[in-house]
Design a protein around this ligand. Structure first.
Ligand code: NAD
Length: 480
């Protein structure tokens, strides 16, 4: 049975409403390029209402005990779990990823809400021994205030839930700007919060012109915290604006993950994990392995087998469960892939499989493997954010570490080695927020998730995730 794709309204002060001006934006299915629905387009007057709602939502929610917040959030998680099948279809229709990956993203979101619900009960303060009798020195944690969150289209549920759940667990309210390309799945997530009976204004959802919304919300005094996931270029703009208004910030930005396969690596494990994670979500993942750096002993074998595995990936509409990779999210990504590939070819790179748009309808691009890509090629320096795998060889361990650290990005890194000593050196010498060795072990909600250098700051997981939404207050009380 085909499920109709829903139009999306704004969610402000507990109500689902069209934009005051009645404007909408078209939503396309990236597998067919057909317009499947519309999303309400907020302007300043809508944002003013959202700000007012976020302030009154915060005034109520900050006083709800962590135990009651926990109960409400657990209810949200249960609702989301009940709705997985229906929301997964919406997600695949608007974003393109294979239906099984959509279900996986929603299951992960259930886990994230549950985990933050629990973590909100552990925002402990402390007592500091005083220097004199009769003085009590206490440190407490308080919610920072209404949050403005901005998310991209690659994981409309996962990116949204990390921001909403951590904000709510800390006692904050939020105005989330979803991605205009993928509005209905984020709205379905927000609907679970609304249907669980959260007070109006605690979670608000808007769409519109990204720069218009971010500039207005970040500079408004009601907003006390800014959290953004997206490109480094936009992140730097938003971080500067937040800095000018002294707002707390979490920035989860681009990456260019090195994947090092050492001489003593288990090649079967490395190939299986790396191919899977390179092409998941059509490579549109900030922590996707990107620069494949393979010891010369394994290079030819690795290239041949990686190429063979990539060429067997079935590409097509994500609604057909036999397809392993869906389309890219929008036409700009196709243009970006074509640009990266032609630039690399013009500099002497060779394609071992793929390299082109697939078909002429839908934003499909072939899983692409390249060799001999020179270090000055664009794809070796800019985040490709798509199904491109440039593979290079190395001989010397120090030089591969230098290559891994060459870029200003520092989000995720991967390495394969059977030596504990090598693993230890890699773990300590790589400049990135996350290092995973011999498996793809990042992004679990109980572990910190975030980058260093141009990949941003702050964390969206682990106890660090909730810290970003809390202020520390010191109270010194002398009993009279
Ligand atoms: P883009 O930079 O225009 O947009 C990326 C995301 O940021 C979109 O969701 C967009 O709505 C949002 N955005 C853009 N300008 C904004 C602003 N001024 N204020 C608030 N939000 C804003 O580019 P794109 O073509 O959609 O994607 C291209 C690049 O974005 C990719 O190459 C990748 O580097 C990056 N990206 C990163 C992630 C991630 O998970 N880190 C996700 C999606 C895109």
């Amino acid at each position: 049975m085909t499920q109709a794709y829903p139009n999306t309204n704004l969610h402000i002060a507990g109500n689902w409403v069209p934009a005051i001006g009645g404007e909408t934006i078209d939503v396309l299915n990236p597998a067919s390029e057909e317009c499947i629905g519309k999303v309400a387009h907020a302007r300043i007057e809508d944002l003013d209402l959202a700000l007012e709602a976020a302030q009154s939502g915060f005034d109520v929610w900050k006083k709800v005990s962590p135990m009651d917040r926990y109960k409400a959030m657990r209810k949200v998680a249960s609702l989301l779990k009940e709705r997985i099948d229906q929301i997964a279809v919406i997600l695949t229709q608007e974003q393109g990823k294979p239906i099984q990956q959509s279900k996986g993203e929603i299951m992960l979101a259930v886990d994230i809400i549950d985990w933050f619900a629990e973590e909100g009960r552990r925002t402990y303060g402390r007592i500091i021994p005083a220097r004199m009798e009769g003085v009590m020195q206490s440190v407490t944690k308080e919610p920072v205030g209404p949050v403005a969150g901005f998310i991209p289209w690659n994981f409309p549920i996962n990116q949204g839930v990390r921001k909403i759940a951590s904000a709510l667990a800390a006692g904050c309210s939020i105005i989330l700007k979803g991605a205009e390309e993928t509005p209905a799945s984020t709205a379905a997530l927000v609907k679970c919060f609304a249907d669980a009976g959260l007070p109006p204004g605690v979670v608000n959802l808007v769409y519109g012109v990204p720069s218009e919304i971010s500039e207005y919300l970040i500079s408004n005094p009601i907003i006390r915290k800014v959290t953004f996931t997206g490109s480094t270029a936009v992140g730097k703009q938003l971080a500067s604006l937040a800095g000018a208004h002294m707002k707390k910030v979490t920035m989860e930005l681009g990456g260019h993950a090195p994947a090092i396969v050492c001489e003593d690596a288990d090649i079967d494990v490395a190939l299986n994990v790396l191919v899977d994670n390179k092409f998941r979500n059509a490579g549109q993942v900030c922590v996707a392995p990107t620069r494949f750096l393979i010891h010369e002993k394994h290079y030819n074998n690795f290239v041949n087998r990686f190429t063979d595995m990539a060429s067997k990936i079935t590409v097509g509409d994500g609604m057909d469960s036999s397809n392993m990779m869906g389309p890219l999210a929008h036409n700009r990504r196709i243009e970006a892939m074509e640009g990266f590939v032609s630039d690399a070819i013009s500099r002497g790179a060779k394609i071992t499989t793929g390299g082109q748009r697939k078909g002429n309808k839908g934003y499909f691009f072939e899983p692409t493997v390249l060799t001999d890509v020179p270090i000055d090629a664009r794809m070796m320096n800019e985040e490709p954010f798509g199904p491109l795998a440039p593979i290079s060889s190395f001989t010397d361990f120090d030089s591969v570490i230098e290559e891994a650290n060459r870029l200003d990005y520092g989000l995720a890194s991967y390495a394969y080695t059977s030596s504990a000593k090598t693993a230890e050196i890699i773990g300590s010498s790589i400049e990135s927020g996350m290092v995973s060795i011999n498996h793809h072990g990042i992004a679990l909600i109980e572990t910190p998730f975030g980058g260093v250098k141009d990949s941003g700051y702050g964390s969206e997981g682990g106890k660090e995730g909730i810290e970003g939404y809390l202020n520390t207050k010191f109270i010194s009380h002398k009993t009279l």
